[in-house]
Design a protein around this ligand. Structure first.
Ligand code: PRP
Length: 217
């Protein structure tokens, strides 16, 4: 039996066509079902539905053989879990593409703050990415860890800036924030438990190849 870890929403929806390309149908949706383990048309493949940030944890520690996770989630996970030892990242699926950026309230002089070497407060869920980025710029920042709705922090005086994911830019615009620096481009990656890759190679490798083929095709 192979176990694939996915999160609800965009990752699940964009993975279904990749599975179809591999000849596998998913018969239930996590939006309509409360089940956490979903069967597929392949009796030897099941899907477990977990929080996006838990996908690398399930795969690294063997709760799932493989999974799909955003590069942002992977970087944050690996920073806290021994550089993701035992996690293999064979394919960039090019789905859920977006960027991680610095954003500030419209009118905040970010460039001036950088030039003056001012110490600014930055709210983010992505503390590892932010720490590395501002460290590389030689900027001193106070990081405030949040778990969601980062856009709110500068609006109520909790922070000067945020580091968050930007896709269409609609959320920033709706909250009168502007993107001032792009930190990195991100997309979702196939991740595989290295022990599973060895022990279940005959079952796993064709699926990895099918995912790669669907992306390249
Ligand atoms: C992300 C991010 C922004 C939004 C950006 O949240 O945190 O809030 O998407 O997208 P946009 O540029 O297209 O408006 P997501 O919806 O992934 O959920 P989250 O808040 O749980 O991270």
């Amino acid at each position: 039996m192979l176990t694939l870890a996915l999160s609800k929403g965009r990752i699940f929806e964009e993975t279904v066509p990749l599975l179809v390309a591999a000849g596998i149908q998913v018969t239930e949706s996590p939006e309509s079902s409360r089940k956490l383990i979903l069967p597929t048309s392949d009796p030897d493949l099941r899907i477990v539905i977990v929080r996006a940030s838990d996908v690398p944890t399930y795969v690294q520690y063997g709760g799932a053989d493989f999974g799909i996770a955003g590069k942002d989630v992977l970087i944050e996970h690996n920073a806290e879990h021994g550089d993701g030892e035992g996690l293999y990242e064979p394919v960039d699926l090019n789905i859920a593409a977006a960027r991680v950026s610095v954003a500030v309230p419209n009118g905040f002089d970010y460039a001036g703050a950088v030039r003056r070497g001012a110490r600014i407060r930055v709210a983010t869920k992505y503390t590892a990415i932010a720490r590395e980025f501002f460290g590389r710029k030689g900027m001193h920042v106070d990081l405030i860890k949040l778990y969601g709705s980062m856009e709110l922090a500068p609006l109520v005086g909790l922070a000067d800036a945020i580091v968050d994911i930007v896709s269409t830019g609609g959320t920033l615009r709706a909250n009168n924030l502007v993107e001032v620096e792009e930190i990195m481009r991100i997309s979702s990656r196939l991740i595989v438990n290295q022990a599973s890759l060895k022990l279940k190679h005959a079952q796993l490798q064709p699926l990895i190849d099918a995912f790669r083929g669907a992306v390249e095709g």
